[in-house]
Design a protein around this ligand. Sequence first.
Ligand code: SF4
Length: 217
Amino acid sequence: MHYPINEIFQTIQGEGYYTGTPSIFIRLQGCPVHCHWCDTKYTWVCSDKENVSIKEVINKNQVSKKWSYLTINDILETLKKWTAKHVVISGGEPCLYNLLYITKILEKKGYQCQIETSGIKNIICSLNTWVTLSPKKNIRPLNESIIRSNEIKFPILKKEDLLYVYDILSNIKDKKKRIIYLQPISQNKKALNICMNICMKKNWKLSVQLHKYINIQ
Ligand code: SF4
C-alpha cells in the first residue's frame, strides 16, 4: 500500500489539543475543498508533472507541489530519523485515502496517530487515532465525520462564521465528549478577539496556530 505524500517532517504541533507536542507531520497530496485562505495550496492537486522521487520528497527543504508515493516501509524508515512519537496525518485532505492500515501499523510501532481532516470524506482509521475535525464553510462535513471526531476546530475570520459553528454544533445528537476549538484565520487580530470572547462565553478553547507565532513549519 502506498500514499501520495507531499512532505514529511518533524516539528511541534501548533494547533488544538496536542499543541506543543513534538510531532511528525505526514502531509498527503490532494484536496478538493479549496478554501481561499488555505496555507497549503500546493497540496491541492496530484499532478503527474510534479510526481518526483521519494528521495526528493523526503529531503524537501521548502514547500512545493512536488509529491511522491511512499509505501508504509518508506514511511517507517523515514520516521527513524526523528524522536517524536506522535504522528499527524494531514494534507491536503488525508481522508481522500484509506488510513486504516497506516494508522494501525504506526500504532504497532509505538506511535500515537492524529488525523486532521475537513470531514468531507469518511474517516477510515484505527480506533485509537485522534481525529481533529476542522469543518470548512464551503463544504459541510459528513455526519459520520462529526461523530468520529475527538475535537472540532473551527477556523474563524469574522462574526458571521460563528453561525456556521452554531449550526454544526446544534446538529450533534450524540453524548460523546468533544473539545471545541475556535481558531482565528491567519493570525487576524479582529478574528482573535472574536474567538477569545466567544471561547470565554462558551467555555470553548482557543487555538492560535502556535507554529506561526514561533516561526516554525
Ligand atoms: S481543507 Fe485544508 S487543505 Fe483543503 S483547501 Fe481547506 S485548508 Fe486547504
